[in-house]
Design a binder for this molecule. Structure first.
Ligand code: ADP
Length: 446
């Protein structure tokens, strides 16, 4: 069978179109007629021969040509290839030896915006590597994959697979375009993240090394200096521990971010728990925590531990930025749909700058519960609001006065809320304070 394919051409009568069969039948009828009517027999036979020749040519288009390489695709007429092209999810084109588009699928027509079959490939794609690969496929039967970038279309990366296709006696090339943008940007993000994380860890590590050298050297004989430097070492070690804890938290959350929680939790219990937990820190700093929560439970769809992390990060930040004597207000409440919740939890101050760091898809008949944490801190300038939930972003670093935060707390909040298919927003007014709000789906009666 393989030998047969490789050595000889075979007629595929079963694949001949109806037009070829009809022409053949007509030719046979004419021959019969020629025998019956003497007079114009010669003329009729001549006509029959002409039609038979045309029928033969029609049928030849449906002959399988000899296959030269294993990766060459067998093609029996463009008409038969059309459903195959259409079935591909990626844009695909069939290009003949004169570089004309002779076949395409819906994805290609949509994305590449071309009108007619027969148009030259160069009218929609000019990348020299792709054109060269098409030539190589058509003339040498070579298969290639070409990766290229379309700067004009917001940095899209495409990999184009070009394979030779035998088409009767001619060769054509099949092009399949695979979008690589998402893969490349994920790889880039991963590399950036690794570089940032290493850099963040290296800073306290460098301080630790320096302090160890100092204790072992110049400060060796002074007990007072040693104590002072040991305390400084403790601060740096704590910072490293916080960074590692936050990084581990973030990676654990990301692992199951695509699986929404199915548990139920009581937001009121979570709120009281976190306020009790952080009460000591707040008192130490002279900050008052005021919790405004209903007496009855607020049942939400969510994982209690993760919701506790959300409340803890927001309240912890609020305490950190509120000056001594100030108040941090924590409000827990229920609301209606997405728009109503955004208005209730995040639009209270007339002159504040606002950013929604995460907004869930609109879902009919869904109600939300929210936590709003309001501080009396310095507020955050509007230009920084959109970047707050970026990993490692710290307003203080931008302004040149580091305070020792990791810049991961709000990123953790955002990822948890995203897993809960909820929303996260901030409003802030320099001089008045900042308010962060997170909202998640209310649990129905069950
Ligand atoms: P961290 O607080 O550990 O630095 P976060 O991710 O929690 O990290 O916060 C990121 C940055 O956002 C902080 O470094 C700070 O600059 C700013 N920020 C967060 N919360 C507040 C707040 N309540 N008031 C003022 N700035 C804040």
């Amino acid at each position: 069978m393989v030998m047969d394919r490789l050595t000889r051409q075979r007629w595929r009568w079963d694949r001949a179109p109806a037009s070829a069969w009809a022409a053949g039948a007509l030719a046979a009828l004419l021959v019969l007629l020629a025998f019956a009517t003497d007079m114009s027999a010669a003329l009729l036979i001549l006509l029959a021969a002409g039609i038979a020749f045309w029928a033969g040519r029609e049928a030849r288009r449906y002959v399988i040509g000899p296959v030269s390489a294993d990766d060459t695709i067998e093609l029996v007429g463009l008409a038969e290839l059309a459903p195959l092209l259409e079935a591909l999810p990626d844009p695909a084109l069939l290009i003949d030896a004169s570089m004309r588009i002779v076949g395409s699928n819906a994805a290609a027509r949509r994305q590449m915006q071309f009108e007619t079959r027969g148009q030259f490939l160069t009218s929609i794609l000019r990348h020299p590597d792709v054109l060269e690969a098409v030539q190589a496929a058509v003339h040498d039967g070579a298969t290639r994959a070409v990766e290229y970038e379309q700067a004009a279309r917001a940095e899209r990366h495409t990999r184009c697979y070009v394979a030779p296709v035998n088409w009767g006696p001619d060769r054509a090339a099949m092009l399949v375009f695979h979008d690589q943008t998402a893969r490349i940007s994920t790889e880039r993000m991963r590399a950036d993240f690794l570089a940032n994380a290493s850099h963040e860890l290296r800073t306290p590590l460098a301080s630790l090394s320096l302090l160890i050298e100092t204790i072992a050297g110049p400060a060796r004989d002074s007990a007072e200096d040693r104590d002072r430097f040991l305390k400084m070492m403790q601060v740096q070690a704590d910072r490293m521990r916080r960074l590692i804890d936050d990084l581990l938290s973030l990676s654990r959350i990301e692992l199951d971010e695509h699986v929404p929680p199915s548990d139920r939790a009581d937001l009121v219990v979570v709120g009281h728990e976190v306020v009790d937990m952080l009460g000591g820190v707040a008192r130490e700093r002279g900050v008052e925590l005021k919790l405004d929560a209903p007496d009855e439970a607020i049942r939400v769809v969510g994982e209690r531990f993760q919701l506790t992390q959300v409340a803890q990060n927001l309240i912890d930040n609020a305490i950190k930025y509120t000056p001594s004597g100030g108040v941090v207000r924590i409000e827990l409440g229920t609301s209606g749909d997405r728009e109503e919740t955004i208005a209730r939890a995040g639009k209270r101050w007339d002159e504040a700058g606002r950013v929604a760091m995460l907004t869930p898809a609109a879902v009919a008949n869904r109600s939300y519960a929210y936590i709003r944490v309001e501080d009396a801190g310095p507020g955050i300038a509007m230009r920084f609001l959109p970047r707050l939930a970026e990993r490692f972003f710290r307003v203080e670093r931008e302004l040149g006065n580091e305070r020792g935060g990791t810049g991961l707390g709000l990123a953790i909040v955002k990822h948890i809320v995203n897993r809960h298919r909820g929303g996260f927003l901030v409003e802030s007014q320099p001089g008045r304070g900042s308010a962060f709000a997170a909202y998640v789906e209310l649990a129905g009666e069950d």
